[in-house]
Design a protein around this ligand. Structure first.
Ligand SMILES: [Zn+2]
Length: 289
């Protein structure tokens, strides 16, 4: 019996490119974890690792510790690969972690046990949640410059805690963390604290809470505007990172723009006219009211 031959050609193109950047920055212990997921850009800081697989993951962990003039770079690369068929795509996850350390100051207040109002909300279950300063943090958030606050408040949560993955990487509690990916203590992501700014008790104890908050919130603004393009279709966040030199320098510039005076990476404490103008344009183009 001659049956019809049916040729079915199925071309399956799965395209998903994930690029995650995790920047962990420590100044007097500041960390910011930042992730871009689903964008088409590739990490420029990751080392030469790629994975070609249908189901594998590439994790590039780069630890950079800078103490004043010393720079130590420890790239750790884990690659697993399996072969795929021809045409297709490469699910890829790249995670880059940078730890930059300029100074280290640790001071704990342990005798502050007066009548502290205790926070009892959902943050309690978050890895590293502290809570003693949750209400103080809420107050600081409420006092952020209006434009900055409005640009993030519907998307970002502000947690008083010692971000546990950040603490693991750093070996001690960070002052602040920006965590877009929602990173668990073990480094896996997608927790309930995606898009979170963390400010630790240690930051409060060192009178750095507002500075830390301002810096991390600037990362949040930067992240939330990651898809903003100008009329030429140019990605404005990438432009800004190039204009100022890096994501960190962009964040520091935003800190100045929003009235802060504590900088983690930038040397110049004054925003130049052209820089201010640049940020004004950025805000008017990328921040919706
Ligand atoms: Zn930062």
């Amino acid at each position: 019996m001659s049956g019809k031959l049916t040729i079915t050609v199925i071309i399956l193109i799965v395209l998903f490119i994930s690029v995650s950047y995790i920047y962990v920055i420590n100044n007097p212990i500041e960390i910011s974890i930042q992730a871009n997921i689903g964008s088409t850009e590739t990490s420029t800081t990751s080392s030469s690792t790629t994975t070609t697989t249908s189901s594998s993951t590439t994790t590039t962990i780069q630890l950079t510790t800078t103490s004043s003039s010393t720079t130590t770079t420890i790239p750790t690369t884990t690659t697993s690969s399996t072969t795929t068929s021809t045409t297709t795509t490469i699910p890829r996850t790249t995670t880059t972690i940078e730890v930059l350390e300029k100074e280290d100051s640790v001071a704990f207040n342990s005798d502050n046990s007066e009548n502290i109002k205790i926070y009892e909300g959902e943050f309690i279950s978050f890895d590293g949640f502290e809570g003693e300063n949750q209400f103080n943090l809420d107050t600081l958030v409420a006092n952020l410059p209006l434009e900055l606050r409005k640009s993030v408040e519907n998307n970002v949560i502000f947690v008083n805690g010692c971000h546990s993955y950040g603490a693991t990487i750093l070996g001690r509690c960070p002052f602040g963390v920006w965590d877009s990916a929602g990173t668990f203590a073990d480094g896996s992501t997608n927790s309930n604290w995606k898009l979170s700014v963390w400010v630790s008790n240690k930051a409060f104890a060192n009178n750095r809470a507002y500075n830390t908050l301002l810096h991390e919130t600037s990362h949040a603004l930067s992240y939330l505007t990651r898809n903003c393009v100008n009329s030429e279709g140019e990605n404005q966040r990438k432009n800004a990172q190039e204009f100022f030199g890096s994501e960190e320098l962009f964040a520091d510039a935003l800190v100045l723009y929003y009235g802060g005076d504590y900088l983690y990476y930038r040397d110049d404490l004054v925003l130049q006219g052209s820089e201010r103008e640049y940020l004004e344009n950025y805000a008017s183009l990328c921040l919706k009211d």
